[in-house]
Write a protein that binds this ligand. Structure first.
Ligand code: DP6
Length: 359
């Protein structure tokens, strides 16, 4: 599909008022998106596990206004009005207006909440932007004659991408690819697609325990981080590496080779942080406790032959990934040896999930 396919034709129906609620999950990238071109087009394809517990629930209430000159909306987080969220939503609305021409004809009330604590250092942009995109698509579905589920999901992902790149991978599950890649059929720079190939049962209910090492605000916004890949001395090699990792990951997802899986996933996490450390300006988002945890995981894996591994976001928290059959032993290991490195001993137990839901 092309960008043109997402530009709506005049709507055959009208709608005065209404309310939709969606719950949309966060996702954790195994192959990382880091570096983008204009219009939120990624420099490389990425692949993520959709999460199950870490979600944003957003209700969008709306009514027709008298005039349609400006965007009109109010936004609440956990019942509190959030003026500081408005510029981000305004930017989002401006970017998607051409694809949703009804935006200026309504007044919107956006009420949102997250299942994970606000100050957990877990980014809510993927779950938040995808939930809002889905609510807006629910309005468009009412205005159009008939919208297939496939088109609905693709356009929701397309819109979510314009809010925050990784948000386009939060519509479906359990595994989503975003960014055109030769060997992944149907993959596109414009939206996330459900991973189209066979996945070994080793990955069923794959576990992700998120160790909250640093619950503070992000030191560097992802937009600034992505921009630092322009003119980065290692950028081209990094984009090539990501493409190779995608190809290798396809084989490991099929064969269930967890040793190969671990190598790709941990290399991706460290490459992401290596890019941050070698950009100008440079920065280190890992904390001493992040490194302690990584070292403990490596030690535990060597001692027990476990298939546990880690990945990182653009921050200090550690996602501990492991197969379901190791759930008991790895949780014991986390409680015995890793909790000490988490802020106030906090962690979140999650696992691979199946995507957003209309409530
Ligand atoms: C490190 O999707 O937050 O989590 O498109 O600027 O909103 P914007 O960036 P964002 O970047 C996420 C980067 C990452 C890796 C990933 O999720 O693939």
């Amino acid at each position: 599909m092309t960008v043109q396919d997402f530009i709506s034709k005049p709507y055959p129906k009208t709608l005065e008022t209404g309310r939709f609620t969606w719950s949309s999950p966060s996702n954790i990238a195994l192959v990382k998106y880091w570096g983008k071109k204009e219009h939120q087009i990624p420099e490389n394809s990425s692949l993520s596990f959709t999460l199950n517990q870490c979600k944003t629930i957003t209700s969008l209430s709306f009514f027709k206004k008298e005039t349609d000159e400006d965007f009109s909306f109010e936004i609440y987080l956990d019942g509190d009005k959030k003026e500081d969220f408005k510029p981000k939503i305004e930017t989002f609305f401006k970017r998607i207006e051409v694809y949703l021409p009804f935006l200026k004809t309504y007044h919107f009330k956006i009420e949102t909440s997250n299942t994970f604590p606000h100050s957990s250092g877990i980014a809510s942009s993927a779950s938040g932007m995808s939930a809002l995109a889905l609510c807006l698509m629910s309005i468009e579905r009412e205005l159009l004659e008939d919208v297939s589920e496939e088109f609905f999901n693709k356009k929701a992902s397309f819109l979510a991408r314009l809010g925050s790149g990784s948000a386009c991978r939060s519509i479906e599950g359990p595994i989503v690819v975003w960014g055109a890649h030769d060997i992944i059929k149907g993959s596109s720079d414009l939206y996330g697609e459900k991973y189209p190939y066979a996945v070994h049962e080793n990955f069923d209910n794959y576990q992700d325990t998120i160790l909250l090492v640093d619950k503070g605000e992000k030191q560097v916004s992802s937009t600034v981080g992505h921009n630092l890949m322009h003119g980065h001395p290692f950028a081209n090699e990094r984009f090539k590496q990501a493409a190779q990792h995608m190809s290798r990951l396809q084989i490991t997802l099929e064969t269930g080779d967890l040793d190969a899986f671990i190598k790709i996933v941990e290399s991706e996490a460290l490459s992401l942080h290596a890019m941050m450390m070698t950009s100008m300006p440079y920065f280190i988002l890992m904390k001493p406790n992040t490194l302690e945890i990584i070292s403990k995981i490596w030690h535990y894996r060597k001692a027990t032959n476990s298939k546990v591994c880690f990945t990182l976001d653009a921050g200090a928290n550690v996602h501990v990934l492991y197969p379901e059959n190791e759930k008991e032993s790895v949780l014991q290991f986390i409680n015995n040896e890793l909790v000490a490195y988490c802020q106030n001993g906090h962690y979140i137990s999650d696992q691979i999930g199946f995507g957003a839901q209309l409530i």
